[in-house]
Design a protein around this ligand. Structure first.
Ligand code: A2P
Length: 303
């Protein structure tokens, strides 16, 4: 079974989860979630913004695994950052997923948009001026209510976290960011792990603009281990203590993504050399909204 990582509040989180972003396009997410549970997945990474939680909830309702063995993450979307909107945002997520509680609730991005916009890249007049700590305090209260076992953040950089930590009653349990061999984020990962914040890596296999699985070194290592490039990429992240959430709707690949290979320190060093600082989710497009990213931190990029 999938190993679990102990979060800073003692909650155990499976180190491999199923990503669900864009997974509804095929219209087969319901079957995928059920299949994933059969194959041994217990951790599902969801978000309000992915607009597919109802389908995931229906599938989770049908699985026979006890709720306490599952680990369900979801994320508050940017247009629910106002503290008075946060409890309702969670209730909406719980209703969609048909759950009584979440294992982990994340703040999806370190900036807010107005309630009526759903755009991930809203124009300036659709941004909202909500300090991150206001949203965070409202999330802290949700832990007290028992509706979430842990809270965390996503797409937060080191500067934002550094400003945030002294003000937190509850230190974020997780920071979910894009991590793969072409965007390794060593400094951010070190900072998080030194401060008790577990790191979840999204897009762990890269993607169209970041062809990690086509990389010569990754392919060479896969050959040496008689495994696939995906398994090399995932095992590399896991060896750094990073939780991974690869998305697949294909049974063979779902299965494959649960199987770790043991990479040697020399092999890990080979991978550390192929860094390209290439992201699938490029934060540069948010730079125009920097004044909303963190009030005291206007001059810095959000990632
Ligand atoms: P598919 O659903 O057909 O398997 P990421 O989570 O890093 O964004 O990657 C998701 C993409 O990678 C999807 O297109 C998925 O396609 C593909 N994928 C998932 N697992 C594997 C794998 N083991 N080998 C190759 N491609 C994979």
């Amino acid at each position: 079974s999938v190993q679990r990582i102990k979060l800073n509040n003692g909650v155990l989180m499976p180190e491999i989860g199923l990503g669900t972003w864009n997974a509804n396009k095929e219209g087969i997410l319901f079957e995928t979630v059920k299949k994933a549970v059969d194959l041994g997945y217990r951790h599902f990474d969801c978000a309000k913004f992915y607009a597919n939680q109802v389908e995931i909830g229906k599938a989770l309702k049908e699985v026979t695994v006890p709720r306490k063995e599952l680990f369900i993450t979801s994320k508050i979307w940017n247009n629910r950052h106002r503290p008075e909107l946060v409890p309702g945002a969670l209730d909406e997520i719980l209703e969609e997923l048909q759950l009584e509680y979440l294992d982990l609730l994340l703040m999806h991005w370190p900036f807010a948009s107005r309630l009526e916009t759903n755009s991930p890249e809203p124009p300036l007049d659709e941004m909202d001026n909500v300090p991150i700590m206001d949203t965070w305090k409202a999330m802290e209260a949700l832990v007290d209510s028992g509706k979430v076992r842990a809270i965390g953040v996503s797409n937060f950089n080191k500067d934002i976290l550094q400003k945030m930590l002294p003000q937190c009653r509850i230190v974020p349990a997780v920071n979910q960011v894009e991590i793969h061999p072409y965007n390794q984020s060593f400094e951010l990962v070190r900072f998080c792990q030194e401060n008790g914040i577990a790191v979840t890596g999204y897009c762990p296999l890269g993607g169209e603009m970041v062809p990690v699985l086509e990389d010569d070194i990754i392919k060479q290592l896969a050959k040496m281990h008689s495994c696939t490039p995906a398994q090399v990429a995932l095992s590399w992240a896991l060896s750094r203590g990073i939780i991974v959430i690869p998305k697949s709707t294909n049974e063979l690949r779902l299965k494959q993504n649960l199987e770790k290979v043991a990479l040697t320190s020399d092999e890990l060093a080979m991978i550390s050399k192929i860094e390209k600082h290439k992201r699938k989710v490029d934060p540069v497009r948010y730079v125009k909204h920097l004044e909303w990213v963190f009030h005291e931190d206007k001059a810095k990029c959000p990632l």
